[in-house]
Design a protein around this ligand. Structure first.
Ligand code: SER
Length: 599
């Protein structure tokens, strides 16, 4: 039985029992900004547990069945074992007062044992705590169904809420054996009986209140990949039909294969593909940042297992083949997916060169050609057999060279690595950067998020456009950015004509479409002045200044926009969307103001 058959059997099973089939919601939750990604099937239905009547209106049914795309970053360190994934499809049936424990448990039992012919190893039920009593009803029902092994469990079998508040309640979980004979949790049946006024974290600390809901809500979730491993009698999710061909490709093309890295590559690239399909572009904040992190981990692990150039093209092709029936967008957007991955690799490439340099230096040290003293005169080796963790950390801090790649290079050359030293330096670095970002950074964005960062880059483009269209006499006099719009005040002796405004808009939008990279370089102030970088009039600059280049050409000091700035900015203008001037007005003699937005 393959993944396609399981999906359709699940939907049909519940449709036959009075459930309405609904599509998966987006991976980016639409009405819950307290979570970055959809992590559970119930997320799109959160409101119906407190307002079940609106389900009648919205769906014409209180009972729903879905196959929901989910992204779970919380388990990222576990990825590579037999069961954990960052992207998964969750099979779920939901009810907002339509039925209760007996039906929910019996449906699950029938689907597992009769429809799929599997054997249940054991189930868990909630042992009770605080205001929530022991779940004797579930125990009785399982018992009547003939399940012998019923285990009482604690907070693991109390689920939710997702985000800052929401429905939650005791659960009963079903365990079955995989192909390795290990018991794996496959189905979680949640009885949403309570509303929690705060997050799960605060609930666990005793800082939240549980209020009984008017109805008993049902929320069940069964990971498709885990279920497949059991149905197909596999030892891990990576051997099922959703992963087999991806892993086979990596194995075949790798020249330094290791299972865990291969699994991480295959999991993360799949997650990245699904996140992009739902409209996210890599960037330095929020969803875009998580997406970028997935790509970075893909490239890091890929270089450890030594995959060939452009390996992602083949992987995306395989993924689109696996999913084309259920997610045809992957095939439709194939070229786009490849171009995003290629761009991310290009940005990532630089640090990889650094890893190669580190390897060469280590090798040279080994054969005694050099006694390398690195940045800040930290020796490359701690002692004869141990690579210095501090040195590796410094490479990361100074040049952004990935730590795990350096560790892997050192180990491959037979060195031990002082990883505690790295962890300690990282902790200190994090504390420092927290303190720094709390303060104001001159010439940069003090409070930034995805929206303001984009507007900040658009601001640079706008200034460059004004100079290109109106003339070099344009000088910036002031600026301000909110989440909604940017504002620029500039020297100009006349009201902009409609034609000029249109030309400025078109200029900016053209640069956005060209997908120009935005690169930061720290260079001496006199050089910045010489190449004509925009500098704030009257401001005092340090000897070394940060300069942002948009669309640098062949020469490292060229670009359509060159500005001294503290950042942050997007990495590519393609991230900006569409630029529009909202208003142009005079604010004093010879000074004009433009307000503009990205839509
Ligand atoms: N919401 C529960 C889970 O994610 C059941 O669907 O496990």
């Amino acid at each position: 039985m393959d993944s396609n058959e399981i999906r359709s059997r699940f939907l049909k099973f519940f449709e036959d029992r009075g459930h309405k089939i609904l599509p998966s919601s987006s991976l980016i939750p639409e009405n819950d900004s307290s979570v970055l990604f959809t992590t559970a099937g119930m997320q799109q239905f959160k409101q119906y547990y407190t307002d079940p009547k609106s389900a009648d209106k919205d769906f014409g049914s209180r009972n729903i069945v879905t196959v929901q795309k989910c992204v779970r970053t919380g388990d990222i360190d576990e990825v590579g074992d037999a069961t954990h994934l960052t992207f998964l499809e969750m099979l779920g049936n939901f009810s907002f007062g339509g039925y209760g424990r007996r039906e929910a448990i019996t449906y699950a039992y029938d689907f597992i044992t009769k429809e799929l012919g599997l054997e249940i190893s054991y189930v868990t039920v909630y042992k009770g705590e605080g205001v929530v009593p022991k779940d004797d009803d579930s125990r009785t029902i399982w018992n009547e169904l003939g399940v012998k092994d019923i285990r009482l469990d604690g907070s693991d079998v109390f689920w939710g809420p997702t985000g800052g508040s929401g429905p939650c309640g005791p659960t009963t979980e079903i365990y079955c054996k995989n192909g390795a004979g290990e018991d794996v949790e496959i189905w979680n049946i949640v009885f949403n009986e309570y509303f929690c006024d705060h997050s799960r974290e605060r609930l666990d600390k005793g800082e939240a209140t549980l209020k009984k809901l008017d109805i008993l809500g049902i929320d069940t979730g069964m990971g498709l990949e885990r279920l497949l491993a059991i149905v197909q009698e596999k030892k891990s999710v990576y051997e099922t039909d959703l992963f087999e061909s991806i892993i086979q490709f990596i194995q075949k093309s790798s020249t330094n294969y290791n299972e865990r890295s291969a699994r991480i590559v295959s999991d993360h690239i799949r997650t990245a593909v699904f996140i992009i399909i739902d409209g996210v572009i890599p960037s330095n904040s929020n969803h875009g940042y998580i997406l970028r992190r997935f790509f970075r981990r893909v490239f890091t692990k890929a270089s450890i297992v030594e995959l060939p150039n452009n390996f992602w093209i083949e992987l995306i092709k395989i993924i689109s083949k696996i999913y084309f029936k259920n997610y045809p967008e992957i095939k439709e957007k194939f070229d786009y997916l490849v171009s995003v991955a290629t761009e991310e690799e290009r940005i990532f490439e630089k640090p990889l060169d650094g890893v190669e340099t580190y390897r060469l230096d280590l090798e040279a040290t080994k054969i005694g050609v050099i006694k390398k003293l690195g940045t800040n005169h930290i020796p490359i080796l701690k002692d004869e057999n141990t690579a210095s963790g501090l040195y590796i950390y410094t490479l990361f801090e100074t040049f952004g060279i990935p730590i795990d790649l350096c560790i892997s290079v050192a180990k491959k050359l037979g060195y031990e690595v002082d990883e505690d030293e790295i962890a300690k330096a990282l902790r200190e670095h994090q504390e420092k950067s927290r303190a720094a970002s709390a303060g104001m950074f001159k010439g940069g964005l003090a409070n930034h998020n995805e929206k303001t960062v984009k507007l900040h880059t658009a601001h640079h483009l706008l200034l460059a456009a004004l100079k290109a269209i109106i003339g070099l006499t344009v000088k910036q006099k002031g600026s301000n950015i909110t989440e909604e719009r940017l504002r620029i005040d500039f020297l100009c002796d006349h009201k902009l004509t409609d034609e000029e405004k249109k030309k400025v808009e078109d200029w900016v939008n053209e640069k956005i479409k060209e997908g120009l990279s935005v690169i930061k370089r720290d260079i001496p102030r006199h050089l910045a002045e010489k190449i004509g970088a925009e500098m704030e009039f009257g401001a005092k600059y340090p000897d070394i200044v940060s300069v942002y280049f948009i669309g640098p050409g062949d020469s490292p000091y060229s670009g359509v926009s060159i500005e001294c700035c503290g950042g942050p900015h997007v990495l590519n203008t393609r991230e900006l969307g569409h630029f529009k001037i909202l208003k142009e007005e005079a604010i004093s003699q010879g000074v004009r103001r433009i307000k503009a937005a990205l839509i």
